[in-house]
Design a protein around this ligand. Structure first.
Ligand SMILES: Nc1ncnc2c1ncn2[C@@H]1O[C@H](COP(=O)(O)OP(=O)(O)OP(=O)(O)O)[C@@H](O)[C@H]1O
Length: 330
């Protein structure tokens, strides 16, 4: 990913050291504060850009201050043609860890089916952390609305066992902060797509429903299933959905693939989780604790006792779970 050329190397008191990524809300840099001698992630956007993503993120980060696994908003400002958010610097995304392990299999294995990429311990550990993140942001009245692998980042040492949720550009409140009233149910028109094509829930993507708490949870369920099933979610096989034909394929595949077909060969807890998210009422509060316990129990059944810390690369498998893992990868 190349650094946008027009952004100056020094922005106010920040020295832009390394380009970390570019998306719909702007470009993100690893930046050095020239006076405080600290490093942050600096999200930079042109002032003239009409979308108000950075302003939305600023509000969300303020509402989520002190939530575990949500980076701290350090500063906001504007310099010349640019505005920026300075956020706590984190490590790699789950997407980049996943991609590192999905290099083509060479040699005689080339013709076999793709392997399950992440092991059950890792996926259960991600499950517990992501459900906890979603629970704590929902507790503050906030919906994320764009949960995907690229928005789940691992902390930097010594915090590399924590998974963080970033990018609140599409976030929204689901209740009125004054009255506590839930946002009204509405059918959305065919408008600009909100969220991530691969992981946005079926209700939002296929039935054009307004996103609610259930849809953040479904995105988590789809992330987990993607990581565990060989080759990932079937609608991701053509990669980034740039062309209309691929978008149509993603849409149709997501709308018509049944949870039991999607989750064939992996523990039934994942199918149950997906089904539960899809069956929740628009205003319902998901049972976060039940699902955290379910994945902790599942891990325990397979011989993994302490899974609250994310560990990558994964530790060696305990003997009793080796057989199960082999079965999952066939
Ligand atoms: N706090 C951070 N620490 C380290 N890297 C970060 C941080 N925030 C963002 N990044 C990197 O920058 C990338 C883009 O960030 P972000 O998702 O916030 O931007 P975006 O413009 O909203 O992107 P998109 O439109 O793809 O969602 C991330 O995938 C990650 O690689």
């Amino acid at each position: 990913m190349s650094k946008p050329k027009t952004i100056p190397r020094v922005l106010g008191e920040y020295w832009l050291e390394e380009h970390l990524g570019t998306g719909s809300s702007g470009s993100v840099f690893k930046a050095y504060h020239l006076k405080k001698h600290t490093r942050v992630a600096l999200k930079v956007q042109r002032k003239t850009l009409t979308n108000a993503h950075l302003d939305k993120e600023k509000i969300a980060y303020s509402l989520l201050r002190t939530c575990k696994g949500i980076p701290t908003l350090r500063a906001t400002g504007a310099i010349g043609r640019w505005k920026y958010l300075a956020i706590g610097l984190l490590g790699p995304s789950l997407e980049s860890l996943y991609q590192k392990d999905t290099k083509p299999i060479v040699g005689f294995l080339t013709d076999t089916k793709p392997r399950a990429i992440m092991d059950l311990r890792t996926v259960c550990s991600i499950a517990i952390q992501l459900i906890s993140r979603v629970q704590s942001i929902h507790d503050r009245g906030v919906l994320h609305r764009d949960i995907h692998l690229g928005n789940c980042l691992v902390g930097l040492p010594p915090d590399e066992g924590t998974i963080y949720l970033i990018d609140f550009a599409f976030s929204n409140c689901y209740e009125d902060p004054k009255t506590g009233q839930h946002i009204p149910y509405q059918q959305r028109d065919q408008g600009p797509f909100v969220g991530n094509y691969f992981f946005t829930s079926k209700n939002v993507h296929c039935h054009l429903k307004e996103p609610a708490r259930r849809d953040d949870m479904e995105a988590v369920a789809l992330v987990l299933i993607h990581l565990l099933i060989p080759g990932g979610l079937p609608w991701t096989i053509y990669g980034d959905p740039h062309a209309n034909a691929i978008m149509d394929f993603v849409h149709a595949s997501k709308c018509y693939t049944l949870p039991e077909d999607l989750c064939r060969g992996i523990p039934s807890e994942f199918k149950d989780f997906l089904q539960d998210c899809r069956q929740l009422k628009f205003t319902a509060s998901p049972d976060y604790d039940h699902w955290k316990n379910t994945f902790r129990q599942l891990a325990q059944t397979h011989g993994f006792s302490n899974i609250d810390r994310f560990i990558w690369p994964p530790p060696p498998l305990p003997l009793e779970s080796t057989k199960t893992s082999l079965r999952l990868s066939l």
